[in-house]
Structure formats: C-alpha cells, structure tokens
Design a protein around this ligand. Structure first.
Ligand code: G3P
Ligand code: MG
Length: 359
C-alpha cells in the first residue's frame, strides 16, 4: 500500500502493507508479567523517534477496565506508548448495543469495574450486578459468609450509578444483562442472573420472558499465571446455562462476543486501517493519500488454537495465524484441529519472522 511504500523510501522498511493483532494472555502477559520477550518485540514496531512504524493492536478476550485504562496499564508494563484505540477487549463491541439500551436499566458483572466500562460506552442506567443485588434483601443466602467482599473492597467495582435509585431498581425490569469480564463470585452471579433472567427482569417475580444476556467472550479456559489453564468466561457460561436449564422451562438464550467470531477480526482490520494514516500521515506527501488501501497480510499472534487460530482461519484473507508456545498451546507440532500458518516459541520469534518476511 502507498502509506508503507512512502515510508519505505525514508526508512527502507517495510515494503508491504501489513498489520499485527496481538493476543494478550499467554502471548504478551501471564497475569501482569510480560512473557516471550514481548517488550522487546513491541519496541521493534516503533521507530527511533518513538512513532509507530507498523500498525498493531491488542485483540484480547479479556477485559474488565476501560480501554483507556488498559492502554495505560499495558504501556507501563511493556514500556511502549499504547493508544486506547489499540486495545480491543472482549467487551469492546458492547458499545454497538448503545442504541438499544442507552437509557434502559441494565446490569454488568465480572472482575474489575464492569459497570464503569459500560457507563464509559454511554449506557446511562447500568449497575454492577453486585450493586443491583444489594437492593434485594436476602437475595444471596450465603452473603454473610463472604468476609472477602468487605476486606477486598478495593478490587471490586467502585463505580456507583447515582442516576439509578432503589425505587428504580425495585420497580423496573432489567432490560439486559452483560457479562463483561471473568466473574468473581460465581455463586452470587449465577443466583442473581437466574433471578433476573427467569423472572423477566425483576427478581422475586413470577416467570417472565428472558431478557437478553450478552457475554464478552466464550473462552472455556485461558492461561493466566498458574501453571495449568484457568476456567474462563465460557466455563462460567456453561455453569450458568446448566443451572438455568434445570430450573426454567425455556433454555437459556445468550449471545457471545469476542474471538473467534469473524466480526471481531473484521473490526480489528478496520481499526488497523484507521491506525495507518494517523500514525504514518506525517510521512506522506500532502496529496490526500489516506494510506487506506487494503492490507496484504494481517497477522494474528495467539496462544489458543480454538480461539485465536480458529478465528483468524474463519476470517480468511488477509489473516495469517501464528501460534506461540507460551500459553494454552505448548505442543511440539501444530495443533491437530486448528493448525496455525506458523508455530513459534515466543511472540518475539513471531515478530522477528514477520519483519523478515515483510522486509
Ligand atoms: O480472561 C481472558 C482470557 O479469557 C483470554 O484473554 O488475551 O488470551 O484473549 P486473551
Ligand atoms: Mg490468549
């Protein structure tokens, strides 16, 4: 593409039009610890002046904090400057549902600050499931045994919606429930979500029509910091669904976002394209060249074959999948069911391969 060719005249790299999507857990980080040479690998995507040479973004099924906060956090951990637009989390597409629920009572759950995330997207009447449940006396029959809910308050969602009163909560039906990030208190979440979903949006009422339920992703397992995989949002969904389908006459209806859905990769491609002119514009002559010609190749670097590789394969051209051995996948050969276009040990090796291939 012309943006890259113009730039290549100045720096003699790169010549083709390409971009990179990095998975986070199991590729860039485990917990909060950088892995696989990720800080070094990312620095190679910037020029000496600190300007971005290669358009890249993070494409993660994780989340729980606003994209701007995640960008700052990643920047500090990895030692490079990250823009909020370079962070696509599992819940990022929830903002596309604003038309439907902007001024409706909705609940959000998961680690971090799920209600704050949703309010930053523009939803005005969102409550965390925890705050919502606090309006219903005795809704959680084992709450008195959960001493950690008070001792670790700093890690809970501190966002409190002053636009929603107790009267609003007790007299209005919840119009939709959102699982924004990995749930913390599965017991309470399953109990209260079942209450909301089977009653038609108002716990304690008779059965009603199930309000829509949205999950940010459906990962059964993910890597995290422990030596073996941890149960993810897909595991929580399975647990909730299993219980709900036993206690309710209709099966649970839900929609899951996140990888491997093809629209996530389409959206990533659109964002990467938008990143080109904003970063590279100053290298272009002022002839109106937007640098937005189609990418020849987009690289997805992930650790999870059934999520990252499957997603890139389903998305088709121009996606090229690279599987690292630093997370969920650690086999010697390629994955049997979802073989990647390339298998490497680390993200640093992946970036090295890309830069050589594209030079
Ligand atoms: O909770 C996060 C996990 O499910 C996946 O994160 O970065 O590997 O997509 P990531
Ligand atoms: Mg991962």
């Amino acid at each position: 593409c012309r943006a890259f060719r113009s730039y290549s005249k100045i720096q003699s790299t790169p010549k083709r039009c390409f971009g990179i999507a990095f998975d986070i857990d199991g590729v860039i980080l485990r917990g909060r610890v950088p892995i696989g040479g990720s800080p070094r690998a990312l620095k190679r995507l910037y020029g000496d002046s600190g300007a971005l040479n290669i358009p890249f973004l993070f494409l993660t099924n994780g989340g729980g904090i606003p994209e701007s906060s995640r960008a700052n956090e990643l920047g500090e951990l990895l030692g490079v400057r990250i823009l909020p637009s370079q962070v696509v989390q599992g819940h990022t597409p929830f903002k596309n549902l604003l038309d439907r629920y902007e001024n409706e009572l909705i609940v959000a759950t998961g680690k971090g600050e799920p209600a704050l995330v949703m309010s930053e997207y523009g939803f005005t009447k969102v409550l965390s499931l925890e705050e919502y449940a606090s309006y219903f006396k005795n809704i959680d029959p084992v709450s008195q045994y959960k001493s950690w809910t008070t001792t670790r308050a700093s890690e809970l969602d501190r966002y409190s919606n002053e636009l929603v009163t107790k009267h609003d909560v007790l007299s209005n039906r919840v119009k939709a429930a959102f699982v924004v990030s990995d749930p913390v208190d599965w017991g309470m979440d399953i109990q209260v979500l079942c209450d909301i979903l089977r009653s038609g949006g108002l716990p304690g009422q008779k059965n009603g029509h199930q309000p829509p339920l949205y999950f940010a992703a459906d990962d059964l397992e993910y890597q995290a910091a422990f030596p073996s995989e941890r149960l993810g949002m897909g595991a929580f969904r399975t647990a909730l669904e299993s219980v709900f389908n036993r206690i309710h006459h209709d099966v649970l209806q839900y929609i899951s976002f996140g990888k491997p859905n093809p629209f996530v990769f389409k959206n990533a491609e659109a964002i990467l394209r938008q990143l080109q002119p904003s970063y590279l514009g100053h290298y272009l002559s002022n002839n109106g060249d937007s640098g937005s010609e189609p990418f020849k190749t987009l690289y997805m670097i992930g650790d999870n074959p059934v999520v990252d590789v499957k997603g890139a394969k389903q998305a088709g051209h121009p996606w090229f999948s690279i599987l690292t051995r630093t997370g969920v996948f650690n086999g010697n050969d390629n994955h049997a069911d979802f073989p990647a276009d390339l298998v490497v040990d680390t993200v640093e090796e992946a970036v090295d391969y890309i830069l050589k291939r594209e030079s």
